[in-house]
Design a protein around this ligand. Structure first.
Ligand SMILES: [Zn+2]
Length: 292
């Protein structure tokens, strides 16, 4: 079994960018993204203009569209240049680590199940991988909470220092001051994460105000804290896309919140949306898709 480490993945990213023009171009384009900072509640985040993300934000995730396209996470359909690093958990899943060719941040990987199976429950293997990658945060988009490939089980990872929510919590921020509700626990990889998730599922099931007991409407984050303990954050969602969502050329905005947007980086693939969105728009987007 390959020992996964930050330096192994750094090297993988360097190697992939040498030989894979799609990834090379999209990582280079990140240098040209624009950002505008905002503060909502205690969360200090940023709006990010990122035209390359139109592939994901505008993704058609209805059953028919999914059935008609080739799954880009299945090994048979990947570009020739893309390679993977295996990650297997004893008693858990079999995964492949892949460079994400449509990055939001300069270090952005996808961890896909070796099997073509649906996004289901939050994969606890995220916590196991977080233990091996202290600089990274793993995150998960439920099937109707930002996943652009809901038909193929996967999670993603970026550097934790890039995520406003993680920085806030690591600096001792109070979860009750966030602009939406989260469940936050310090866990060990063996068992605690499982206990916690069961607790979470029970709370969610009995909490009518949450508006959802739907496993597809959830985002989750796992990382190792600066103190060496593991963290798990689960964010229950009340909706998939906000009322302003518009992939056409109408009055709305092309914004479809996933875990990265929940964490305080609002990804806007269209310049017009980027230029006009403000904090009250964001408050409305959060109020329609998150639990307050
Ligand atoms: Zn697949």
């Amino acid at each position: 079994m390959i020992n996964i480490s930050m330096s192994l993945l750094d090297e993988m990213l360097r190697e992939q960018l040498k030989v894979w023009p799609l990834a090379t171009d999209n990582y280079a384009a990140l240098g040209r993204t624009e950002r505008r900072r905002f503060k909502i509640g205690a969360l200090e985040g940023a709006f990010q203009y990122n035209p390359a993300r139109i592939v994901s934000t505008g993704a058609k995730t209805d059953k028919q569209s999914i059935a008609q396209r080739r799954c880009f996470l299945c090994s048979d359909h990947r570009p020739d240049e893309q390679y993977s690093i295996p990650f297997t958990v004893d008693g858990g899943g079999e995964w492949e680590i892949l460079v994400n060719p449509y990055p939001i941040l300069p270090w952005h990987f996808t961890v896909a199940s070796v099997n073509h199976e649906k996004q289901g429950e939050i994969p606890l293997d995220m916590i196991v991988l977080a233990e091996q990658l202290p600089g990274a945060v793993m995150f998960y988009n439920g099937a109707r909470a930002g996943a652009s490939a809901p038909d193929h089980l996967h999670f993603q990872m970026v550097l934790k220092e890039e995520m406003p929510l993680i920085n806030y919590l690591e600096s001792g921020g109070d979860v009750s001051q966030l602009p939406y509700r989260v469940w936050y626990r310090i866990v060990t990889p063996d068992n605690d994460g499982m206990v916690y998730l069961r607790e979470f599922t029970e709370i969610r099931g009995t909490d009518r105000k949450s508006g959802s007991d739907d496993k597809d409407l959830v985002n989750a984050f796992a990382w190792m804290g600066d103190d060496g303990y593991l963290r798990l954050v689960v964010v229950p969602r009340s909706g998939h896309r906000p009322s302003c969502y518009d992939a056409g050329s109408g009055e709305g905005m092309l914004v479809s919140p996933g875990a990265i947007d929940v964490a305080g980086l609002i990804i806007l693939p269209r310049r017009a949306d980027y230029e006009r969105i403000n904090v009250s728009d964001l408050a409305k987007i959060y109020s329609e898709t998150m639990i307050l």
